[in-house]
Design a protein around this ligand. Structure first.
Ligand SMILES: *Cc1c(COP(=O)(O)O)cnc(C)c1O
Length: 414
């Protein structure tokens, strides 16, 4: 029963960070372990907590904020479109979607798009497309299609996607799983060759593993797997949800080796952090497997998402964010590599996707992340021992210098 008292919940109460955290803990599921900072404002590479403290955001919402927080041009597109029409459903056309498709195709070099919302949905879409292609084009027998994936992958949290995770925690308690996936080691082209059978539909992988700990495959790997896939009539599909849209110093990470995939999943920075927008992009041959009624989403391809997506892509192109990531990332990485801390195992990265791996004896990355937070830098541990540095691509060199000083201080003293 709704009483007068609880309709006026929180009336006249002034909240501080601890109050907000307590509310989340009291009422929310315990499926995350956030650092104890409550953000209520963001601009560019910076965020502020409710007490007014300022932090440099070195996570960028797992690379969803390549364009920086609250980019004014994306904001403008959001507000303008929100004042006109936000959702039409795909039962009708809208005047934004086609332009959004065209822009995605123009930057990716692939001709067809299917819009979804979250990254996980884009990957689910890719899997459906791959399987249907296997049956209707390649001629794999009913129910036999296999998709090869890699050890240490991350593709999202739906049942089918955790079905091919190799992280025990991502699967534990959630069985039974979706069959049809075969796992091989990441970065090993020979393993791909031996895993392929006549039933193999696709090789699906991240060109650099993000959640897996910023794992960069050996030079030449992407070209080798491309040629193995071609020879065997196996689709090559990249998950660029984290690495795409400028993060690694190119629009897409596969461009570092000049390969041409049959499909790509994108998400995260596709909205510059304003809105969940994702897509599966592919060749005609693959996308043509979909007929009306085969697949869909109530919100996928809505005019608000499309308008936001167009603006988010325009910002990446007009502000040369891939080039910025390339130059600033090389600088950031080389400077991190000079820090003579006894805790550091390795610093690796591509563009502004950098992983600083600590030695097992360092006692885990989280305590360093807490110390960094105390000095005004937000970074998050990735796996147990890796600190990921992935700031918005609009970050400046002087902001990187500001961060470097504090990162060095923490790594030398903790
Ligand atoms: C984040 C991520 C996903 C999942 O995206 P969600 O929007 O969280 O569903 C999939 N693949 C990769 C490589 C990612 O980094």
């Amino acid at each position: 029963m709704q009483t007068i008292e609880n309709r006026n919940l929180n009336k006249n109460k002034v909240f501080n960070s601890q109050d907000y955290i307590k509310l989340e803990n009291d009422y929310g599921a315990d499926n995350y372990h956030p650092l104890e900072v409550v953000i209520n404002k963001g601009q560019g590479a910076w965020v502020w907590d409710v007490e007014g403290n300022k932090y440099l955001d070195c996570l960028s919402a797992y690379s969803a904020l390549n364009q920086g927080h609250c980019h004014p041009l994306i904001y403008q597109a959001l507000v303008e479109q929100a004042s006109k029409v936000t959702l039409t459903s795909r039962a009708f056309h809208n005047d934004q979607l086609g332009k959004f498709y065209q822009k995605i195709c123009h930057i990716s070099g692939l001709p067809k798009v299917l819009p979804m919302n979250s990254g996980a949905e884009a990957v689910e879409t890719a899997i459906k497309a791959i399987r249907k292609w296997a049956y209707t084009v390649k001629g794999v027998s009913h129910n036999q299609a296999e998709i090869i994936v890699c050890n240490n992958n991350f593709a999202g949290r739906t049942i089918s996607l955790v079905s091919f995770s190799t992280e025990e925690q991502y699967q534990s308690g959630f069985a039974p799983f979706t069959p049809g996936f075969k796992t091989i080691p990441y970065g090993d082209a020979k393993a791909l060759k031996s895993a392929i059978t006549p039933n193999t539909a696709a090789f699906f992988l991240e060109p650099i593993q993000g959640e897996g700990g910023i794992i960069i495959p050996p030079v030449g790997y992407l070209q080798e797997i491309e040629s193995i896939c071609r020879k065997n009539n196996v689709l090559l599909v990249f998950d660029e949800i984290q690495t795409g849209l400028g993060r690694t110093g190119k629009m897409f990470a596969f461009e570092h080796e000049g390969v041409k995939p049959d499909g790509i999943t994108i998400g995260k920075a596709l909205s510059g952090g304003f809105y969940p927008i994702s897509a599966f992009i592919s060749t005609h041959e693959v996308m043509d497997v979909f007929n009306p009624g085969d697949h869909g989403s109530t919100f996928g391809g809505n005019p608000l998402a499309a308008a936001v997506g167009i603006a988010a892509l325009d910002v990446i192109i007009e502000e040369n964010l891939p080039e910025r990531a390339s130059q600033l990332g090389a600088y950031f990485l080389s400077q991190l590599q000079t820090i003579p801390s006894p805790y550091i195992q390795e610093v690796r990265g591509r563009g502004l996707l950098i992983g600083l791996e600590l030695k097992p004896s360092a006692g885990g990355a989280r305590r360093f992340c807490k110390a960094l937070m105390g000095l005004g830098i937000l970074a998050k541990e990735t796996r147990e021992n890796i600190i990921r540095f992935a700031p918005p691509l609009v970050i400046s060199r002087s902001e990187i210098d500001w961060a470097l000083q504090r990162i060095e201080q923490v790594l030398m003293s903790e």
